[in-house]
Ligand binder design. Sequence first.
Ligand code: SF4
Ligand code: SF4
Length: 446
Amino acid sequence: MDEQEKQRIQQAFKEKMDYNELMNCTRCGFCLPSCPTYIETNQDEVHSPRGRIALMKGLVDGVIEPSDEVKRSIDMCLGCRACEPVCPSGVQFGHLLEQARDAIYQTNEQSFIEKTTRSFAFNHLFPQQQRMRRVTNAIGLYQRSGLQTVAHKTRLIRLLPKELRTMEKVLPDVPKRKAMKQRPTHIKAIASKRKQVAFFSGCLMDTMFMETNEATKKLLQYAGCDIVIPNTQACCGALHGHSGEQDKAKEMAKRNIQAFEEEEVDFIITNAGGCGAFLVDYAYLLRDDSDWKERAENFANKIKDISSILMELEFHQLDLTLDEQVITYQDSCHLKNGQKTFMEPRQLIEAIQGVTYLEMEDASRCCGSAGIYNIVESEMSMQILDHKMEKVKETEAKTIVTANPGCLLQMKLGIEREGLSDSIRAVHLVDLLLEAYEHTHEVAPS
Ligand code: SF4
Ligand code: SF4
């Protein structure tokens, strides 16, 4: 890091950090035991919430200089926000982390490859649903054409970087492009109508995990919801917001607010903890924008996770059955720490006849997925995942349930790494619930 770069970063910290929020930290240390990176680094303060806040404040105050070590500490944070609910001063660490990353990544020197990759992902891929479909379609062709089998048999797959190689193994079977494109924007309740809802379909969830989105809509229909799916909606912007791209995140937020405020609905439903928590945070993201602040608040107040609305509409009272099995649940950090939703998924699983629900130890500790963390910080991510899998194995569960696509892939990766693919499966909560519903009820073909 040269002198000019240091000065730019220091200035950006002064401009972008919420100093009052930094001052809220009393350095009590109550958050330390909740922090996965503090635990995994044998209690290194630099990789704790308190240490990170001290570094951020030191930079703003000018008592420390930007350095590779400081950047490393910020990069190594999972953004899991497990430090928030345990903080007696109510420090909103997630906001501080987003501001710190924005200060670093909007000013630091980046290699050509890093700059190009970030620009492609943040400007040209995630915000453009058509491109997401094209990329997903290409993955589908790779899977269905036999290329994937050939790549594995000939070991050509080894040409991929290790991090991508492991992820490739656990990708879901992706849908065909035609199936992704041809879907209705209005769907009627199957049971008598009780609520009018909008569905936030997301970018990754509506391509790579399209089946889970379709399952979510079916559950809403069975629970008595008329559904509208605005086709002008966009990616939630979480990946941008968490990776130092605040301006782009605000742009995505405005697109979504506009797309949904035209609809008269009781709630906007999400099925991905990471997206939901970011949508709820639009009010904070746009707090300084007088044209959008109130609109963002109205939007945020309507966000509800699928598990919450299903409990509210008493979906768990319906006849739900599965073959006898032990099931455990891995919290989505953002669903729990951002949307404060953690009882509802458990209650829904427990309502299924034939299921023995077993809580795993540290179920709310991050699994190491954290957006693209498992690719860019693979070593730490795998260390966290291996410890998570130890806890899974202690439950002897045959099914691990999660409520976020990143967690789902990470748990599938954990199963693969343990060589347990024949005996354990990982599923999204809505896929499990639909399976349990259709196990018992006669279902009309869709
Ligand atoms: S618990 Fe809160 S106030 Fe205490 S050190 Fe952690 S962030 Fe600071
Ligand atoms: S967000 Fe997670 S990893 Fe980062 S400091 Fe808080 S608890 Fe630690």
